[in-house]
Design a protein around this ligand. Structure first.
Ligand SMILES: [Zn+2]
Length: 285
């Protein structure tokens, strides 16, 4: 990816090195505090029970570390630059439709973090919380993507950020709220099927971001598209389930299969048009 001297977003909050002390008390006070916090904040089951956004089945023990000193923090800079490209891309899309885009904030954390959706550990993977309109990322996830999921590369990382921002776009567009209403009167299986459509749309929106950022900033290098498609496939439910439990249970899918995720990402990428991302109005996912 070419980000060069591109703008860094200021919508970043760095909570690394001062996380919630999950596990520190070894199941004692820490656990009790955690449960109480989860009750107070109202746990979003999508975040905490199913195991977060992209890697429900992954267990990723995360080393605790302090952030590097200011100025030497290449990863933070990378995230801030990618976030800036999402702000530019979605700002333009919204403006073209006569609306204004209110960008999300992105919280960097390590270990565990408190959000309006509850207290989450890194094991849940990156997530977006509609309640506080913030994206949460432990940068250790990118290392896990490379080592455990076989999805290396900067564009793969950018895809993850763009996917989480896409959930914010869905909230800005009112899609999240409508789906929540539907979900409230759905069976578990119907709810899962709705989740799949939400997630595949977020993949398509991530593709729209890539298309727009490419046209505006020429960000793509040789191999980047393959890297993004590979990452989308790597977090497919079928592949994650096979890895975790040795078999696949399609009714329990919440994000879509590898093939579906790659297909919808590609669709957004090739068209750059959010109208092509109507995963709710199609029979064929
Ligand atoms: Zn998602």
């Amino acid at each position: 990816m070419r980000l060069g001297g591109g703008r860094e977003s200021s919508n970043i909050e760095d909570r690394r090195g001062r996380g919630v002390p999950i596990g520190v008390a070894g199941g004692g006070i820490g656990t009790i505090v955690l449960v109480v916090l989860a009750l107070l904040f109202g746990v979003d089951p999508r975040v905490l029970l199913q195991g977060g956004d992209e890697t429900g089945q992954m267990q990723s023990p995360t080393a605790r570390y302090a952030p590097p000193p200011e100025g030497q923090d290449g990863m933070r800079r990378f995230v801030a630059q990618v976030l800036a490209t999402t702000e530019d891309a979605w700002g333009a899309v919204f403006q073209a439709n006569g609306r204004s885009y209110q960008p999300p904030r992105l919280v960097l954390f390590n270990g565990a973090v408190q959000s309006a959706c509850g207290t989450a550990s890194s094991a849940v993977g990156p997530f977006y919380c509609p309640g506080d309109q913030q994206v949460y990322i432990d940068l250790a996830f990118f290392r896990d993507m490379e080592r455990k999921l076989g999805a290396p590369g900067d564009f793969a990382q950018a895809y993850v950020i763009a996917h989480e921002v896409a959930h914010h776009v869905q909230t800005e567009l009112g899609i999240t709220q409508r789906v929540d209403q539907l979900r409230a009167r759905s069976s578990r299986e119907e709810g899962n099927a709705l989740s799949v459509r939400v997630e595949l749309q977020a993949d398509c929106f991530a593709g729209v971001w890539a298309n727009r950022a490419q046209r505006a900033r020429n960000i793509l290098e040789r191999g980047d598209i393959e890297e993004g498609l590979n990452a989308a496939a790597a977090v497919g439910d079928d592949r994650l389930q096979r890895r975790a439990q040795g078999h696949v249970v399609p009714e329990s899918f919440t994000h879509g299969s590898s093939a579906q995720r790659a297909r919808w990402f590609r669709r957004g990428l090739e068209t750059g048009d959010i109208r092509q991302c109507d995963t709710f109005g199609t029979e064929r996912l």
